[in-house]
Design a protein around this ligand. Structure first.
Ligand code: ADP
Ligand code: MG
Length: 728
């Protein structure tokens, strides 16, 4: 084993688990560092608190005097916790969270100082944001960005800094972040769903979207991580002979969680609790070194912030435990990748889950209404769901027979399929009293029972109904959930508006409300059959069937992103006030750019590793072999030499063939990168990266990974998969 690898392994095996202080009850820590509802009630006047409530519930503006009061309360609370700085915490399109810290400290006069924090500092902050990606917006308007407080998500303390969840927008009002469009989509779905929910309950005044995410990730030892430039620079191993290509992983890889990891998880949970992230489940995942963390679901905006916060937190806690967290969708070839399931539903301000069947036929009709409208929304706009999860990393995972394919379909299970089959048979127009009773008793009245034994949940579907929520499973592990959740809520909002218009139209024509609803639902069922799929989503057969059904299968990010500019999707976002045309165009450009840049980095890292690490190592080893063969030749007779040296000579030929091929492919790869970079159009450039540059990754990797098997382990420079994925 090479010295570098040996030292890293040695370091890893010497490590002891880091002890973590855990209180007797985790619940005591909950919200400890959050300006939570309870804390607000303690620190704010009743009046000020009511304004925050109104901002949360009705989106009302907070007047400046009140903002001053809230700021003063936040400052008092923060100072009591040893806080010295504040920051507007936001989620720019780079994917990471961003913050710029300002001290509360301020000078008054020459030699006196105070802690100062007022309403205008709370409401607005100007980060020096000229380097955040923003597509064409800033170019177009030469606008600068500013951040503004989002009172619907709770402020929190990290270390000695008060973090204020914020949106990030340009002075022209265009969005430069993930949160703003999410908030707009949540408004759209609230407006549309409240109207529909009121068909069933006049007491409903607001509908919230809920989100429960499940975060998958890998942990590797930090010393091992540091031996791999590809992991450091791209988040994934670009090279490495994978277990799937021959070496089987033993059972011990799938055993219980190592103690070091348990300690990491415990500390992560402690810290998450303090920040109000209600983490609940932890477990081993399918792959070695892969784990999952999931909280109890929350209101979607808060849940999105909590996911971003958790991803940050993971890195910080991991550092202390000498781990690196890999959030990349596919860090290891041949080993299952990581996703982030987004469990989504709608909930009323009266506390009802609109995707949960109820206790009586009325509630069940409400359930069917929202259930069927959601499926209808997906069937009308499937491609935008695909583009919402498109990223360079997720391309390596989707459709790899381990994750849902890039084809969007909906799974609902056999029982609900039977329900919609029956519902589809309902007569058009008016129903007789007998028909109504029959429906209520035998179909709509029976749904809760049916769902109780609905256990066959299809794990190979990208969008599955799982009892009382839909689960969007194709989301990548490193994604900001804001994007998929924004899209789901927008398409459902658009769909619910159409539904409301349809139902009201039929009521005007003289149908009873229930009849009108059933009529429309029945038509929807007829129209969305092709999006429903209950079979094995990972199979080749499904790809063929989907093609016949005219469902798109966009395998790459550039193909998936292209649909964002189709008039149908542009209109969807514009009509629901989620994006302006300019915002769509610039965000699309930004995403394409991000894709091209990531593939470029991967290509360059690969070229560098191949040229400076792999080829020299292979040549050194080849020289050893040659010396050995020459030695044999000097000792033995020609005849003896021929038999004795044959295998080594073959090996030399084999290695030198691979060295030659790698060199040629690397030259071509770099040439294609140069050519791609000259392309002006963001779309064409990304396509060039996907179809001209990326194919060389596999070509080069194949030869390098075979060399890994041929070259003496003693000299191989890169930490091997089995070393990475074996942790005690
Ligand atoms: P799994 O998918 O791993 O079997 P569960 O089905 O138990 O797990 O739950 C998955 C996630 O669904 C949990 O994180 C939970 O918080 C979330 N969830 C449950 N109900 C809702 C809801 N109404 N809205 C959003 N998420 C929900
Ligand atoms: Mg799940």
């Amino acid at each position: 084993m090479s010295k570098l690898r040996f030292n890293a392994l040695y370091e890893m095996f010497r490590r002891a688990p880091i002890e973590v202080e855990i209180p007797d009850r985790l619940s005591r820590l909950y919200n400890q560092n959050v300006f939570s509802d309870d804390t607000m009630k303690e620190y704010l006047t009743k009046d000020a608190y009511r304004y925050i409530e109104a901002a949360k519930v009705k989106g009302e503006k907070i007047p400046r005097e009140i903002a001053d009061q809230i700021a003063a309360a936040m400052k008092d609370w923060s100072l009591s916790k040893g806080v010295t700085h504040y920051t507007h915490w936001f989620q720019p399109l780079t994917g990471a969270t961003a913050e710029k810290h300002d001290a509360f400290f301020d000078r008054i006069g020459d030699d006196r100082a105070i802690e100062k924090f007022n309403g205008s500092m709370l409401v607005q902050q100007e980060p020096d944001a000229s380097s955040f990606p923003n597509g064409g917006i800033r170019n177009t308007f030469e606008a600068r960005g500013y951040t503004a407080w989002d009172p619907t998500s709770a402020a929190f303390i990290i270390d000695t800094t008060l973090c204020i969840p914020s949106v990030f927008i340009s002075y022209t009002g265009d969005t430069l972040d993930y949160k703003t469009p999410l908030l707009r989509a949540l408004q759209a779905v609230d407006d549309a769903a409240t109207e529909v929910a009121r068909y069933f309950d006049r007491n409903v005044n607001k509908v919230y979207s809920t989100l429960g995410w499940e975060q998958e990730y890998f942990l590797v030892d930090s010393a091992m991580f540091n031996t791999r430039p590809d992991l450091q620079l791209t988040g994934r191993t670009i090279l490495g002979h994978s277990p799937a290509k021959g070496q089987q992983l033993g059972d011990h890889y799938f055993g219980s969680i190592p103690l070091r990891v348990i300690r990491f998880m415990q500390e992560l949970e402690v810290e998450a609790m303090k920040l109000g992230i209600p983490v609940k489940t932890r477990h081993n995942e399918a792959a070695p070194n892969q784990f999952e963390c999931a909280p109890i679901y929350e209101e979607a905006n808060q849940a999105v912030d909590h996911n971003s916060l958790l991803m940050d937190l993971m890195n910080r806690v991991a550092e202390k435990h000498n781990f690196k967290v890999l959030l990349h969708e596919k860090p290891f070839d041949g080993v299952n990748g990581s996703g982030k399931h987004n469990n989504w539903s709608l909930q009323t301000d009266t506390g009802e889950n609109l995707l949960s069947p109820g206790k009586n036929p009325k509630q069940n009709l409400q359930f069917l209404t929202f259930f069927i409208n959601t499926i209808k929304a997906v069937s009308e706009y499937p491609d935008i769901l695909r583009s919402a999860i498109a990223s360079a990393g997720n391309d390596y995972r989707l459709g790899g027979h381990e994750a849902p394919p890039a084809i969007i379909s909906v799974f609902i299970g056999t029982q609900l399929t039977a329900v919609i089959d029956e519902l589809e048979k309902v007569k058009k127009g008016k129903l007789s009293p007998d028909e109504k009773t029959e429906l209520k008793l035998n179909l709509i009245g029976k749904i809760p029972e049916i769902l109780l034994d609905n256990t066959d949940r299809n794990r190979t579907s990208p969008f599955a109904f799982t009892g009382n929520k839909f689960e969007f499973r194709a989301v990548g592990s490193s994604a900001n959930c804001a994007e998929p959740v924004m899209v789901i809520n927008t398409i459902v909002a658009a769909q619910l508006k159409l539904f409301k218009n349809g139902v009201d139209g039929l009521i005007e024509k003289g149908l009873k409300k229930d009849e009108a609803i059933l009529n429309i639902l029945r038509d929807y069922i007829k129209s969305f059959r092709n999006i429903l799929f209950e079979g094995d989503g990972y199979s080749k057969k499904w790809e063929e069937e989907a093609k016949e059904r005219k469902l798109n299968n966009y395998r790459t990010t550039p193909e998936a992103l292209k649909v964002e500019l189709e008039p149908k999707y542009m209109d969807l976002f514009i009509n629901n006030s989620v994006f302006s045309r300019l915002e769509i165009e610039s965000r699309n450009e930004m995403k394409l750019n991000k894709y091209s840049t990531l593939i470029e980095i991967e290509g360059k890292v690969l070229a560098d590793l191949a040229r400076n690490h792999i080829i020299p190592t292979a040549i050194l080893y080849q020289n050893d072999l040659i010396k050995n063969v020459e030695g044999l030749k000097s000792i033995f007779s020609d005849k003896e030499f021929k038999t004795l040296a044959r295998e080594q000579i073959d090996l030399i030929k084999n290695i030198s063939g691979k060295i030659g091929r790698i060199k040629v492919a690397v030259d071509k790869l770099l040439n294609e990168i140069d050519k791609s970079n000259k392309i002006k159009s963001g779309q064409k450039k990304a396509e060039a990266y996907a179809f001209q540059v990326k194919p060389y990754f596999d070509i080069i990797r194949n030869d390098v990974d075979e060399l890994e098997m041929l070259v003496d382990d003693e000299v191989w420079p890169l930490t091997k998969y089995r070393e990475f994925l074996f942790m005690e």
